[in-house]
Design a protein around this ligand. Structure first.
Ligand code: NAP
Length: 273
């Protein structure tokens, strides 16, 4: 919805904006979707778990839940059709789907690669492709990426590779559709979310040690609500300023790394850091 700026220009914030959030049943996506509804946006919340989406809509006091698996070849098209019915068009798409097998590369098989790319890369591409006809001029598309792209982590090789591909994917979309504002958002460690729920305990303990040895573990993780609030504030400001594209954002805890472990050995390689 248009509002007046002090200098008389009109701008559009989240109030009345038409928003689709994928990965809205948990974590950062859920917090973003709730915040957007509360800010007056018209929001479609998408993920696989219908019950969790309905709970989120009840809590927010609005929103349109759409249960969909974005690894299903027809899923994105069904979601876009539901968004067209509910909202008529889209001003903002926020892609929060992210899955990560915790697996050493030596143990990462075809099924792991197929799963992680289907959800994180191909599923996102399908979503963008299906939503393209619905996007308003100068619409914003935010896709959540990971700090593992620039700081590789033991046990997250397939995940980091998929997020690197996701960032290249967004760059490609930006070149081919210059007036749509594609943003990749590098996210640092954020807890609690569902992200690491399936991480296997023993391997997790070992990789946490390894991340600390390599200076990749921070003392504090970010709260998903705080991350969502920062992204909501960013969207609120950027939506009505079509002359500015935020190509890349990095959202990380400012906290120091856990210790230095200068004399520790990597639990995997025996190397000194
Ligand atoms: N948490 C972190 O520390 C962290 C760090 C760096 C980057 N990130 C990135 O930030 C984003 C959000 O992370 P998060 O921790 O908030 O994640 P999360 O709590 O695990 O939530 C992921 C969301 O994706 C949905 N989802 C998963 N597979 C799906 C599929 N095939 N089709 C449709 N929806 C699917 C899940 O819902 P359903 O299970 O109901 O489908 C859930 O709503 C992700 O892209 C993640 O990679 C997170």
């Amino acid at each position: 919805m248009a509002a007046d700026l002090p200098d008389g220009r009109k701008t559009m914030g989240l109030q009345g904006a038409r928003v689709l959030v994928s990965g809205a049943s948990a974590g950062i996506g859920r917090a973003f979707a709730l915040g957007a509804v509360r800010a007056g946006a018209r929001v479609v919340l998408a993920a696989r778990r219908q019950a969790e989406l309905e709970k989120a809509c009840d809590e927010a006091g609005g929103g349109h839940p759409v249960a969909v698996d974005l690894t299903d070849p027809d899923g994105a098209a069904r979601l876009a059709a539901a968004a067209a019915d509910a909202l008529g068009g889209l001003d903002l798409v926020v892609s929060c789907v992210g899955v990560a097998p915790l697996r050493m590369l030596a143990d990462t098989d075809d099924a792991d690669w197929e799963h992680v790319f289907a959800a994180n890369v191909i599923g996102t591409h399908r979503l963008l492709r299906a939503c393209l006809p619905l996007l308003a001029p100068s619409a914003m598309v935010m896709a959540l990426s990971s700090e593992t792209v620039v700081q590789p982590r033991t046990g997250l090789g397939a995940y980091a590779t998929s997020k690197a591909a996701l960032e290249r994917l967004l760059a490609g979309w930006r070149i081919e559709h210059p007036w749509t504002r594609f943003t990749t958002v590098t996210i640092g460690a954020t807890f609690p979310t569902d992200f690491g729920n399936a991480f296997e305990g023993d391997l997790l303990m070992r990789v946490l040690d390894d991340w600390a040895v390599r200076g990749l573990a921070q003392e504090q993780m970010m709260d998903p609500q705080d991350v969502a609030d920062v992204l909501l504030g960013t969207a609120e400001t950027a939506l009505g300023r079509p002359g500015v594209c935020l190509e890349h954002l990095t959202v990380r805890s400012p906290s120091p790394v856990v210790g230095t472990f200068a004399t520790s050995l990597s639990p995997f390689t025996g190397e000194t850091p």
